[in-house]
Write a protein that binds this ligand. Structure first.
Ligand code: NAD
Length: 485
């Protein structure tokens, strides 16, 4: 569990996984849909959401009957299968969603397998005193309804499953319709792991065709005691209006400040490494930079030396017209700019081709200088496009970066050696994750300390979720005894 990778180790993991993938990955030849993969029907995936809830309830009863040791055995096999089948899930994920990168998605699954906490996360608390002993235990909620995104589909299903099972819950998933095969592959993996470890054949469940209607069945079913939603603002709002206890992991737009005390070469590399990880799909990835004017040009050169391609303001405006589209809300009649789904998570090279620029495969990020008001600064694009805003000083940097984060309180980054500047920004931005002098993924344990999650609950405050986030506290009091000193 306690793995803290260095950059070199991360590269090694990706290289070894990619070596194993070459030429004969089963996924490249595989056929998949919401119901199965390569002709094999997924276990625990139902046509009807009501059946899926029944199955999750049975799974919950089975988990309740397991000892902690038995739960850990199931989780151990989940970790093993997740490592072994990471390349398959990565390939299905890219194939199905057309977003992200196989090597990075593979590394994300490795991270989930290695750094998602298990049952050790729900250790009880004890207080003894003159009045005896009081025990506080982290109890399961029951059956959890989990809504998962298209950006980290199987990663989220597996990470949430490990935490929710460790906490003793059952789980039913309503995955993103655009990532249904990838998500349900992960549901099947959890169930295979359960059977291999001596658990029930169906421990967690999902549906073949998730829709808003299946989500609504989940919201209304009295057996679902907790809703966990990982996605954009619309879906987080809908679970928080459900009338049930809900954990909401919503959108971000992480700003990065680079001041003139930073190691500029390192900052340039770190920012491009973080921004391009899985083509910018992670919600924590760098989305816009505020650079002190006196180091901005040097920073841009450092970025260019690390695979960034600088476009002009005119080209940026042209690209903005492609990657953002005007959409009208049918209910309100109000139209607003929204990301073009065909561009989310695509390679920089592909995006540049859309405005007639051809570059080599070494280009992994598009950068441009932009004013604060530019669409690239204001919208969460989830593409390897990074605008850089020049600022005069730390006051302006903090003011604009806080505004660009839009109150999501999700993630922010800073490259600086000035502890006063670092502290001021961290205080002002109030984000769940604040990464200093490292790529964004250090914030979820990738080359940084701490456990991982793909459900970062800013709006409801659980933060970097883990097993304990999916529990309810119960107290047991024994008066006047068991204090032995
Ligand atoms: P999305 O918002 O399009 O979809 C998320 C899920 O919600 C899907 O399963 C979708 O079908 C469902 N959904 C959407 N509206 C719904 C509604 N009204 N009722 C019920 N279900 C509904 O998300 P996406 O595009 O896959 O993911 C990208 C967004 O999610 C970004 O904004 C990103 O920042 C955010 N995200 C946040 C985290 C986090 O941990 N905070 C993690 C991943 C993604």
């Amino acid at each position: 569990m306690a793995i803290n990778w260095t950059e070199a180790q991360i590269e090694q993991i990706v290289a070894s996984v990619m070596k194993g993938l070459k030429g004969n990955s089963p996924a490249t030849k595989g056929e998949y849909c919401g119901a199965g993969y390569n002709g094999k029907k997924f276990i625990g995936v139902y046509d009807d959401m009501n059946d899926a809830i029944d199955a999750a309830e049975s799974g919950y009863k089975a988990i309740r009957a397991m000892s902690l040791d038995e739960r850990e055995k199931v989780i151990g096999v989940i970790r093993d299968l997740c490592r072994k089948e990471a390349p398959i899930m990565a390939e299905i994920g890219v194939g199905e969603t057309k977003m992200g990168r196989v090597d990075h998605k593979t590394a994300k699954h490795m991270l989930v397998a290695d750094k998602t906490p298990g049952t050790s996360d729900i250790a009880p608390q004890v207080k003894t005193g003159d009045f005896g002993l009081t025990l506080t235990e982290m109890a399961p909620f029951g059956v959890v309804g989990s809504i998962t995104p298209s950006t980290n589909p199987s990663e989220t299903v597996i990470c949430n499953s490990i935490g929710m099972i460790a906490a003793g819950n059952g789980v039913v998933f309503n995955p993103h319709p655009n990532a249904i095969a990838t998500s349900n592959y992960a549901v099947d993996l959890i169930n295979r792991a359960s059977a291999m470890a001596g658990g029930p054949k169906v421990l967690v469940s999902s549906v073949v065709k998730p829709t808003l209607d299946t989500a609504n069945i989940m919201y209304k079913d009295p057996r679902i005691k907790l809703l966990v939603c990982t996605g954009g603002p619309g879906v987080v709002k809908s679970v928080l209006s459900s009338g049930k206890k809900a954990i909401g992991a919503g959108a971000g737009n992480p700003p990065v400040i680079v001041d003139d005390t930073a190691d500029i070469k390192k900052a340039g590399k770190d920012i491009i490494d973080g921004c391009t990880f899985d083509n910018n799909l992670p919600c924590i990835a760098e989305k816009e930079v505020f650079a002190f004017a006196n180091i901005a040009s040097e920073l841009i050169e450092a970025m260019k030396a690390n695979g960034a391609y600088l476009i002009t303001r005119e080209e940026a405006d042209k690209l903005a017209k492609v990657v953002l589209v005007e959409k009208t809300n049918p209910k309100t009649g109000i139209s607003a700019k929204t990301v073009n789904r065909d561009c989310v998570g695509r390679d920089a090279k592909v995006l540049l081709e859309k405005i007639g620029i051809n570059v080599g495969n070494d280009i992994r990020c598009i950068i441009c200088e932009a004013p604060f008001e530019h669409d690239f600064v204001q919208h969460e694009l989830m593409m390897p496009i990074l605008p850089i805003v020049r600022v005069k000083n730390i006051d302006e940097a903090i003011d604009l970066a806080v505004k660009a984060e839009h109150g999501n309180r999700h993630t922010a980054h800073m490259h600086s050696k000035n502890i006063d500047n670092l502290t001021r920004f961290a205080r002002a931005v109030e984000t769940t994750i604040f990464v200093k002098n490292a790529p964004s993924y250090a914030g979820i344990g990738f080359g940084g300390e701490g456990h991982t999650t793909f459900t970062i609950a800013g709006p409801t405050g659980e933060g970097i979720t883990s097993a304990r986030s999916f529990t309810r506290l119960r107290r047991c009091v024994l008066a006047e005894s068991f204090r032995i000193i």
